[in-house]
Ligand binder design. Structure first.
Ligand code: BGC
Length: 765
């Protein structure tokens, strides 16, 4: 992985995150302010004053009017940030925020307060869209999750600071208007810092290039990256190519978002933001003191204190996301978060339902939940905290990040502006409905959110692709040109073999693929030429090859020897697993016969040409070989057959094969490698026993790789000068193999055994 991380990128992302702080502060401050007695006197109507708290419609309007503003702001921000740049748009909306903050603090009636909160909303909504886009555009893909999570951390810090400010002013100025004016006015300070500071930070290099300001973009990249000039040039060229491709497809207007291929992304983006709000997070963020009162905490101050703690938990629980989101990926985090949130909400609702008594207070006109059991009320509070922690480390940061990742550069601002508008529209609806629901359904509200959270986890599992940058990518040097080279790949009909063919063909190589059935192999060769965008160039050639039938292996090799002058890479990629016991056409146990003997024979037949071409031989093995402890059991009869063991043995044999090839032919210019591609959902998993299938799915979900990721180590061993001949690799580097993998005696024994088999077999032809 190239190191391009510079402290400047971090500083810029952290500074821009002040926008997130404003978002959080403005969002959190209102929950405490609306329950203050002085606030009630200024903004409440007679009914509110009589009952001692704002009516749900007034409270709902004060809270949700800001979300309406946010909705408008998010829509405006797409155009603004494309036109005026990301950074000047941040400046513009910070200034608007300052004005609205002053107005809020100086409000003396409900209408002025509502208007000023609407204006505040416009800037918060705009900043909530522009900041993550700016952060993701200055970042490198390896740390994008982390940088965008700074925005969420800042939101949570904003919320926590606002909670504690409310607590403090309520404590020190209980009978003065300062109790609500200070919290509302204080938000001007960070907005002022953001407005003054942002002009000193760089433009987004991607935005600059989209404007044709390439020279400035290159200068910015040189300033914010600590890597070599060459790597900066690579990144610069990547962005340039991306922009050129988008220009070709004329992806520019909002209308494009409604058509293939952007429509699906827009639906995913809008969907995930709506779902984020349906978790019910803001039922807690906006109405936390009310909820803690419902949970049995008596007294205004106790509820505010519990809310303050809540804010801190929200903030601290965002830190794991900053540290691990880039590592774990988006999907597992969203699914795990959804499940945990669901369990918490269902527990809160059930305990309230079982232990609480709902009383209708005719003086206040409100349904109140009384929970006589202190244990029950504390358990509820603990689960509220667990819910918030689960949200903060999963859905909180991830949905914002996800939306910046799904759109191409030219549509990022416009696309994200729509997804952000969607979150605010839902936020508005939820914030308006929650007080009503809490009043009418009481504990049922939490049960509903609990069910939503579970459904969301399922939706993510079924429909949302992973957007994390491809881990451990092998990026061939920019000038890699395989024109004139011939590459032979087995198992190219599907899975990582297929992706490898496309990658090699794109780099200019002629690729010969071995697939069962002559007609099928020709068809797939054509399909792959289309995928690689080289249709009609005859650079991918399909021949019949069935590795479980040594006769076809011989025919396949003969065709290559007859037509090719060189073979520069032999990628022994095909593999089968977990079948019930069976024998190959030649009477060899099927896994061993196909995965190892078939490839052993093919390599042997091509060896003269491989030596002449100074070729690389790459065996796609598996980490599963580590389960073999006592060497290979060459008695491959059915009584000794255990599917997993048969597979793992064949994979150990492939590693020993590469090791021994290196020993025997290294001097003659051969370089042989073995590798583990990673856990990938490919055809090979089809035959996994049903009882294990769901567990395996879960494992794949957590540590699994995409097909593209799974191809990377094959590319690395085939092309990189850093790959180590004779050695086992994984994740584009040398990997820990079983001690048996480099056992000289075992390697020789396996070689001799395999050679005996293929020497005996000619009688079958
Ligand atoms: C959400 C807000 C929420 C906040 C809580 C954000 O990601 O969009 O609605 O209040 O997280 O920390």
């Amino acid at each position: 992985m190239r190191s391009r991380i510079n402290y400047q990128v971090y500083t810029t992302a952290v500074f821009a995150a002040i926008g997130g702080f404003l978002f959080g502060y403005d969002l959190g401050v209102i929950s405490g302010v609306i329950v203050m007695s002085k606030f009630l006197l200024v903004f409440g109507d007679q009914t509110s004053i009589n009952r001692g708290s704002l009516t749900s419609s007034i409270a709902g309007s004060i809270v949700s009017v800001m979300s309406i503003g946010c909705f408008i702001g998010a829509l405006l921000a797409g155009q603004a940030s494309d036109r005026f740049s990301r950074k000047y748009s941040i400046l513009l909306f910070s200034v608007i925020f300052i004005v609205s903050g002053a107005l809020q603090a100086a409000s003396f009636n409900l209408s002025i307060l509502l208007v000023s909160r609407l204006i505040a909303g416009i800037s918060v909504g705009a900043l909530s869209m522009i900041v993550p886009v700016y952060q993701s555009e200055i970042s490198t893909k390896e740390i994008r999750g982390r940088l965008v999570s700074f925005q969420q951390l800042a939101i949570t810090i904003g919320i926590a600071v606002s909670f504690w400010t409310n607590y403090g002013t309520d404590l020190y100025f209980p009978s003065s208007n300062a109790s609500w004016q200070i919290p509302l006015g204080l938000q001007i300070v960070p907005a002022f810092i953001l407005a003054i500071g942002i002009p000193f930070f760089p433009f987004s290099p991607r935005w600059l290039m989209a404007q044709g300001r390439d020279g400035e973009a290159f200068a910015v990249l040189s300033q914010i990256r600590s890597c070599s000039q060459r790597d900066i040039l690579i990144e610069y060229n990547e962005i340039k190519q991306e922009i050129a491709a988008e220009h070709e497809q004329s992806i520019r207007s909002y209308a494009q978002l409604c058509h293939f291929p952007l429509r699906r992304r827009l639906i995913l983006g809008i969907g995930i933001q709506i779902l984020q709000q349906l978790t019910g997070i803001n039922s807690i963020m906006y109405y936390a003191p009310e909820i803690f009162k419902q949970a049995g905490l008596s007294g205004q101050r106790a509820a505010l204190l519990a809310t303050g703690i809540n804010g801190c938990i929200n903030m601290l629980a965002t830190i794991p996301a900053i540290l691990f989101l880039d590592k774990w990926g988006r999907r597992p985090v969203l699914i795990a978060g959804g499940i945990l949130m669901s369990l918490s909400m269902l527990t809160i609702g059930s305990i309230m339902g079982i232990h609480g008594h709902t009383l209708f207070n005719s003086t206040t006109n409100i349904a109140e939940v009384i929970i006589p059991s202190q244990t029950a009320s504390y358990t509820i509070i603990v689960f509220v905290y667990i819910f918030v922690a689960a949200f903060a480390s999963s859905w909180g940061p991830t949905t914002w990040l996800y939306c910046t990742e799904i759109f191409p550069l030219s549509m990022r601002a416009k696309g994200t502006s729509l997804t952000t508008a969607a979150i605010w529209a839902t936020n508005c609806l939820v914030s308006f409905l929650v007080p009503v629901l809490l009043e009418r359904l009481t504990y049922g509200t939490y049960l509903i959110f609990g069910i939503f959270c579970l459904i969301m986890a399922i939706i993510i599992f079924l429909f949302y692709p992973e957007t994390k940058a491809h881990g451990h990518s092998y990026i061939p040097p920019k000038n890699t040109n395989l024109i004139g080279q011939t590459i032979v790949i087995t198992g190219a009909a599907s899975g990582i073999g297929r992706v490898s063919v496309v990658e090699f063909a794109r780099l200019g190589a002629k690729v010969i693929i071995g697939i069962r059935g002559q007609e099928r192999s020709e068809e797939i060769a054509q399909e792959l030429e289309r995928e690689a965008n080289i249709i009609g160039m005859n650079r991918i050639i399909g021949y019949n090859l069935d590795l479980s039938n040594l006769m076809t292996v011989k025919n396949f090799a003969d065709k290559i020897l007859e037509h090719e002058e060189n073979v520069n890479i032999l990628l022994n990629n095909a593999g089968i697993a977990n079948l019930s016991h069976s024998l190959t056409v030649d009477g060899i146990q099927t896994e061993f016969g196909t995965n190892h003997i078939g490839h052993f024979y093919l390599t042997k037949l091509l060896l003269p040409l491989l030596i002449q071409s100074q070729a690389r031989i790459v065996n796609v093995s598996s980490i599963g070989h580590c389960f073999i402890e006592n060497g290979i059991n060459y008695d491959l009869s059915s009584s000794a057959y255990v599917p997993k063991v048969a597979y793992d043995q064949s994979k150990l044999a492939q590693i020993l094969h590469a090791f021994e090839l290196q020993q025997r032919y290294g001097q003659q210019g051969i370089k042989a490698y073995s590798l583990h591609p990673g856990l990938i959902h490919t055809g090979i998993t089809r035959s996994i026993p049903t009882y294990f299938a769901s567990i395996y799915q879960l494992i794949l979900l957590i540590v699994g790789k995409s097909l593209y990721q799974g191809t990377q180590t094959s590319l690395y061993c085939s092309l990189s000068d850093n790959a180590k001949p004779g050695i086992f690799h994984a994740d584009c580097k040398e990997a820990k193999a079983s001690p048996l993998a480099y056992n000289i005696k075992l390697a020789e024994e396996c070689w001799n055994f395999s050679e005996n088999i293929i020497n005996e077999k000619p009688k079958f032809f």
